[in-house]
Design a protein around this ligand. Structure first.
Ligand SMILES: *Cc1c(COP(=O)(O)O)cnc(C)c1O
Length: 381
């Protein structure tokens, strides 16, 4: 028997809780198993006694949570004999699709809105060898075209309307419960198509309603309490809170938004594909939707980087920005355990980052000891 412990991705990790068989060949890049980082400085800065954790999904192989869904979608596409996948994307789905298709040795076609995708994401689609179709139109138009063409060409859709995507993405909730030993009180996410908030709810629910299954895998009997450790805790589920960018907030407007606009391009979506699911999530969990101005999103992004050393992309910061506002307002009460998903890595969008850091300290100096020393001493306060 080998006692090697190399992590080989979420399908291997949760095979018995995913729609795969013991012999399904997993197309994996080691996605999942991302850190749940406790914020140490921000709670004090907002003056509230709360525990805030961020689930740093930007540390997935292509830099976003989309990898969790894509490992499942591509694994099943390959198992079913598909030779090509297709998606519409604001950038991260195309990066993930391109990478997993490369891994599997199949083709990826990606439809992206021309000029509205962050530079890092563009680089990824090109580098992984996807065939990129830049459309003169937005994500919603691309999504519609993908649905139509899939009936007429031999391609498997890997957008979140592919049910395997949400299956893979639900594992993030498993990881949160395992890391905390309980479900959080609130789980905050940025919302675009609302697939991810739906997937998280599925994950929390499976933990909560299927305790025997959970016990057979994870829980340990504790004689001192005559109970399975964690079992009481996993009976509970968090309130799910979804934040949208104000210029792309169909859930706040009560219907599709024709011309969504936001700097947070990953959530620049006017016609969410998981509309009904997301409403059910809100009703069942007792959570809510809210919206943030782009400026608020960028402030949260920068605060997280400057005070915690964590760099996420703009869309991701909507979760923390919204949570901070709701904590300050008391809507999320003191004493709560809050998890915010940081959906994507800050390196995806260097342009937006550099533009908002015009006040960053950057000195041009001569290559002399004197000037380096002066640069240090004048900035020591
Ligand atoms: C895809 C994406 C989202 C939105 O997720 P949905 O499932 O569409 O709601 C948010 N942030 C980032 C970085 C994304 O890539």
């Amino acid at each position: 028997m080998s006692n090697a412990t190399r992590y080989t991705g979420l399908i291997d990790r949760y095979r018995d809780r995913l729609p795969v068989s013991a012999t399904t060949r997993a197309i994996s890049l080691g996605e999942g198993n991302t850190p749940l980082i406790k914020l140490e400085n921000i709670p004090a800065l907002i003056g509230k006694d709360v525990e805030i954790y961020v689930k740093y999904e930007g540390l997935n192989p292509t830099g976003s949570f989309k990898d969790r869904g894509m490992t499942m979608a591509v694994t099943k596409a390959v198992e079913d004999g598909s030779k090509a996948i297709i998606c519409a994307s604001t950038g991260n789905t195309s990066a993930a699709a391109a990478a997993y298709a490369a891994r599997a040795g199949i083709k990826a076609f990606v439809l992206i809105p021309e000029g509205k995708i962050a530079m890092g994401k563009m680089a990824q689609a090109m580098m992984y060898g996807a065939i990129t179709l830049q459309i003169r139109g937005n994500f919603d138009a691309g999504m519609q075209l993908v649905k139509e063409v899939a009936d007429q060409a031999p391609v498997t859709i890997v957008n979140s309307i592919n049910p395997y995507r949400l299956q893979g993405q639900k594992t993030a909730a498993f990881e949160v419960v395992e890391a905390l030993g309980r479900a959080p009180d609130f789980h905050c996410l940025p919302v675009g198509n609302a697939g991810n908030i739906t997937a998280h709810w599925m994950g929390y629910t499976e933990h909560a309603v299927d305790p025997l299954h959970y016990a057979s895998n994870r829980a340990v009997y504790d004689p001192s309490t005559d109970a399975f450790s964690g079992m009481a805790a996993v009976q509970s589920r968090p309130k799910m809170v979804g934040y949208q960018a104000a210029g792309s907030a169909p859930f706040l407007r009560g219907g599709p938004v024709a011309d969504p606009e936001t700097l947070a391009t990953a959530i620049r979506i006017g016609n969410p594909q998981s509309w009904k699911h997301a409403h059910a999530v809100m009703k069942e969990s007792g959570g809510w939707f809210d919206e943030l101005q782009d400026q608020e999103i960028l402030e949260a992004q920068r605060m997280l980087a400057m005070y915690e050393g964590i760099f996420c992309e703009p869309a991701s910061a909507a979760s923390l920005g919204g949570a901070m506002r709701d904590i300050k307002a008391g809507k999320i009460p003191e004493g709560s355990v809050v998890v915010c998903t940081l959906t994507g890595n800050g390196l995806k969008d260097p342009d937006t980052a550099i533009q908002q850091c015009s006040d960053a300290v950057m000195l041009g100096i001569d290559a002399t000891l004197e000037q380096v020393k002066a640069g240090i001493l004048s900035n020591m306060d």
